[in-house]
Write a new protein. Structure first.
Length: 277
């Protein structure tokens, strides 16, 4: 099974409405929740999102930035890391109980390199998440260097991490190659970040986020991924594809293109608003 969706639902105009989850759910069967990275969301938000999506809909929830080492400044949780993880797990419970949680995505920063201390960080995070499904995405090339790639993948399999495979610019240590390997039988993620080489490293500008993910995949690039996704599908029960190239509004269009190439016509989506014209 291949499920295709977008990173967030607020940046996209679909069916005449912008930023509405109900309308989004008429087009895609899965979404990545990115607001959870910036702040642990209150349970009521997840309860609301459950109600606004059809029964078979799925959420990929991004781990809070304090859980992945992105947080600048002091930990806002007086009880430390333990309280942070417990608060996050409590917040996502409504999605779990509704059977709509695909995975929690731990995306580690570009400075999180391959060393023993960081391996211990991964072990600790996995243990704290208990039986919650988790996906792992690296941003430092050292995890997939020739001498480490097999060890990294074996570790992920052993610890129960789903692999979040990246399509992103190859610009030094702060980017990872596309490693088409499955580490978990239940699910594999693929995230399309675009291939804007110049924008990927321009993080000094005020609008660097807007520039970084500014990219429109062409037909040949998507056709190549069509073949790769079909290969991945043979090794894992589900492949969740997320388009994150939303700066220029290309994500939804690229996702629809890829769906058409794969002949995907999802059942059980939310009813669409009537197109009067």
């Amino acid at each position: 099974m291949i499920n295709i969706g977008l990173a967030g639902w607020g940046d996209h105009e679909l069916g005449g409405s912008r930023g509405k989850l109900r309308e989004y759910g008429a087009h895609f069967p899965v979404v990545e929740v990115d607001t959870s990275f910036y702040a642990i969301q209150p349970e009521r938000n997840y309860m609301k999102w459950n109600q606004e999506t059809p029964e078979g809909f799925g959420f990929i929830i991004k781990a809070y930035q304090g859980m992945t080492g992105h947080l600048r400044g002091a930990n806002p949780f007086a009880g430390g890391i333990g309280e942070m993880f417990e608060t996050f797990l409590q917040s996502i419970r409504p999605v779990q109980e509704a059977g709509k949680l695909k995975t929690v995505l731990f995306q580690y920063p570009p400075w999180f390199d391959c060393n023993k201390a960081n391996v211990d960080v991964l072990r600790d995070a996995r243990e704290r998440m208990g039986d919650v499904p988790v996906a792992l995405e690296f941003r430092h090339q050292s995890w997939f260097k020739e001498d480490m790639q097999e060890k990294t993948l074996t570790f992920m399999k052993r610890e129960g991490w789903m692999h979040s495979i990246c399509d992103e610019p190859q610009v030094g240590l702060g980017s990872v190659p596309t490693v088409l390997e499955v580490t978990h039988p239940d699910m594999t993620m693929v995230r399309f970040h675009g291939r804007n080489v110049g924008g990927w490293v321009q993080n000094n500008e005020a609008n660097w986020r807007d520039v970084r993910y500014l990219y429109n995949y062409n037909q040949q690039e998507l056709l190549e991924w069509k073949d790769w996704l079909l290969q991945l599908q043979e090794k894992t029960r589900e492949v969740c594809v997320v388009f994150n190239n939303n700066s220029g509004g290309h994500a939804a269009g690229n996702a629809k293109q890829l769906m058409a190439m794969l002949g995907l016509d999802y059942e059980g989506l939310a009813p669409r608003q009537l197109d009067l014209f």
